[in-house]
Each structure stands twice: as C-alpha cells, then as structure tokens.
Write a protein that binds this ligand. Structure first.
Ligand code: FAQ
Length: 331
C-alpha cells in the first residue's frame, strides 16, 4: 500500500523528487492538452501526493462540515425546513464518500485517511471550526459557505485527475441547491420582523470573513498554488476565486437589504470588480493550527462517531467473511 504523510506536510520538496524525465515530459504534455489522468496512468509522485492531500482534506471538510448544520436539525423552525436541512446534511455525507473513493484510487486507504483526521494530523476547512449560534447561521452557511464551496468546485470539474473531476460534477449540482436554500432562508429572515432581520445581519457579520478564508491564503503566501496550477489540479488561484465570490455575493446581500461587514467594500469601475478589505490572516492561521472556536468539539464528535460505529464495521466484516466462505463452500 502506498502511504503518504497525510498531515499535509510534504515529506520531500518537489524539486528533490527525481522522476524519469521522459515520463514526466509525456505526463506534462497530456496535462497541458487537458487530458484526464486516470488511476492506472503513470504520474509523478508529487502529483499523487498533492492530490491525496487535497482530495482527502476536501473529503474531511465535507464530513466535519455536517456537524455545524447537524446541530440545528432538531431545532429547525418547521417541518419543511427540517426535511430540507436533513437532506442537505445527508448530501454532504455523500460528497465525503465520493471524495474518499476518489482518493482511494491513488493508493491511500480509507482507514489511513480516517486515522489522519481523527488524530488531528489532516486538515479540513477552517470554516467548520466556527459555531452555529442561531437559525440564521444555517441560512448563512448555505448562502456563503456552500456559495464559496461552489466557486472553488466548479473549476474542479475540469481538474486534471479524472476521478476527482467526475466526483465534482454531482457535488456541484447539489451544492448549487444548497446555496439557494441558504439564500432563501436569509431572504425570509431579512424580510421578516426586526428581530429576524437582526439575526440575519448578525449571521452575515460572523460568517463573512471566515467564508473569504475558505479560499486559502493569498497567492503570494500559498505554497501549493503554482505547482497545482501547472498540473491543472487547481484551475484558478485562491485570490481569483475569492474575488469572484465577493463580486457575486456582495450584490446578493444588497438585494435582501443586508450589509457586508466590510467598510472597504466598494465597486471599482476601472477593475470591473469590488475592492474589499484585508482578511485577518492571523485568525486564519490560528484556526488552521487547530485553535478555532469549536475545533476540539468537532474532533471529539468525529472520534465519538468512529467509536460508536465500531460494531457496524465489525458486523460488515463478519458478514463479508461469511459470504466469502459460503461462496468457497459452494464451488
Ligand atoms: N482551511 O498552498 P495552499 C465545503 C491550507 S467543502 C484549512 O493555498 P492548496 C462543502 C492548505 O491545505 C470545503 N486549511 O493550499 C460544504 C495548505 O496546507 P497543506 C473544502 C487550509 O491546497 C459546505 C496551506 O493552507 N473545500 O465547504 C485552507 O493549494 C457546507 C497552504 O494553502 C475544498 O477542500 C482552509 N480554508 O489550496 C460542506 C476544495 N486553505 O495541505 C458542509 C478543494 C488552505 O499544504 C457544509 N481544495 N489551507 O498542509 C482546494 O481547492 C484547495 O486545497 C484550497 C487550498 C483552495 C482549499
């Protein structure tokens, strides 16, 4: 079994990995021609490692991402909202599963990935280390967090690794429904009583900046972007996607009478884009280091779920063994 450092720390700088130059050139030509790379194709080790890192962290984000919204399933304001939220959270579980399967095609096992998540070695998106304090947070997550996720994932449908690109197609369709349901919650609250409108504004105030952080550090501080763009794993840089997100989301806030909590936000006619204020990168790095407001709670919830599921895994293993034995006996 191929193993990698799932903490995301590169075991060796890319330049130090020696690859067969002819194979590397042929691989790079295929990527440059926008061909998909498939599991059995030759690929440089650094490409494989980057993909395992990104896809497994993406999968962990989907799974941990179920927790903030799961917190509100029993408290959704009516049956319709509850059914929608339940379906959305189940969708996120599905996304995690497609992504774990895509990562497995690169030779890493599901157990290795799970171990890396539970031990805190592997990262997941910083956004899920913030608490969901009110019902409006569920609207803000759909609108902003799923909105940011789509912005980042639509280009990933054309990422160079086939299984990852294909997983993204269905994920994007579902995320786009998630984004609309979140915006619809915000629309209702913003058009409701003064207290509801205040609740919606408060959720926007708390989720806006962490949503901008989802795109990762600025390009000049992003160690992986250059290589990932060259190998067409990433199709846009972190800053490009962040800008697109602001350009699309700021008018949506205005349309429902909410204000983006950024005094520097201003349409720039010359650039044809919004100027916006500085993200607090100190906060971002602190959350990446595991110091997010509810990081410990998130980890404990995943560890507990893993422990509670032990009997299911054991039952599945025994069942598979029995079936295999019965098949042998029948032959
Ligand atoms: N949080 O050099 P870069 C969702 C790390 S899915 C934590 O720029 P890269 C669905 C990064 O890993 C949300 N860590 O890295 C949903 C790297 O560290 P490493 C997740 C972050 O990979 C909605 C270091 O910083 N989406 O929300 C973050 O080229 C609602 C340097 O960064 C994906 O994973 C962060 N925000 O670019 C579910 C999409 N940003 O690994 C439930 C796929 C950066 O070298 C409810 N991933 N880091 O130790 C990507 O597109 C990329 O991996 C980026 C980061 C853009 C996230």
């Amino acid at each position: 079994m191929y193993t990698t450092d799932l903490s995301g720390k590169k075991a060796k700088p890319e330049a130090a990995i020696t690859e067969n130059p002819a194979k590397l050139a042929a691989f790079e030509a295929r990527v440059a021609a926008d061909e998909f790379i498939e599991p059995k194709d030759w690929m440089p080790e650094a490409y494989r490692k980057t993909l395992i890192r990104q896809i497994s962290q993406h999968a962990h984000s989907e799974i941990v991402g179920m927790l903030p919204e799961g917190n509100w399933i029993t408290r959704a304001p009516n049956l319709r909202r509850k059914a929608i939220l339940l379906a959305k959270v189940q969708d996120e579980a599905g996304h995690g599963l497609y992504l774990y399967c895509a990562a497995e095609t690169l030779g890493v096992s599901r157990d290795e990935m799970t171990e890396a998540l539970l031990s805190g070695k592997a990262k997941y998106s910083t956004i899920f280390n913030y608490p969901t304090l009110t019902w409006a947070d569920i609207g803000a997550i759909g609108w902003l967090v799923d909105g940011a996720a789509i912005m980042n994932q639509v280009p990933l449908q054309r990422t160079s690794y086939g299984p990852y690109a294909r997983a993204m197609v269905r994920i994007c369709k579902e995320e786009s429904f998630h984004q609309r349901q979140g915006y619809e919650i915000m629309m209702h609250l913003a058009a409701g009583t003064d207290a509801q409108k205040r609740m919606a504004q408060d959720a926007l105030d708390r989720w806006w900046w962490p949503s901008l952080m989802m795109f990762g550090p600025p390009d000049d501080k992003s160690p992986n972007t250059e290589q990932s763009m060259r190998w067409r794993i990433k199709r846009d840089t972190n800053d490009e996607l962040r800008q697109k997100f602001v350009d699309i989301t700021a008018p949506q806030a205005e349309a429902i009478g909410l204000s983006v909590p950024d005094p520097a936000l201003k349409w720039n006619e010359t650039r044809g884009a919004y100027d916006f204020g500085d993200v607090d990168w100190e906060e971002f790095y602190a959350v990446v280091r595991g110091e997010g407001p509810v990081a410990k709670e998130r980890n404990q919830a995943r560890v507990k779920a893993w422990e509670n599921g032990a009997w299911v895994r054991e039952a599945a293993r025994v069942h598979a063994e029995k079936r295999a034995n019965a098949k042998i006996a029948a032959e």
